[in-house]
Write a new protein. Structure first.
Length: 65
């Protein structure tokens, strides 16, 4: 299960498709070839998006993997 406390780096290692998923929502999680160094929830908060909704969508999309 993906949570807001997960590091972005760990998320992208486990679910490579999450990069595209997040980019489609305006969340840039990779810059200059490096993953964002921090927690997923913090990155979503920086964009002013609905954290609960994004994380629920991530879990729905990637819970099968």
């Amino acid at each position: 299960m993906i949570t807001s406390d997960d590091s972005v780096e760990d998320l992208l290692e486990k679910y490579p498709g999450a990069t595209r998923f997040l980019m489609k929502r305006g969340i840039i999680c990779v810059q200059c070839g490096e993953a964002y160094w921090g927690k997923l929830g913090d990155l979503i908060d920086e964009k002013g998006l609905d954290k609960e909704k994004i994380i629920a969508e991530l879990n729905a999309e990637f819970s099968k993997e």
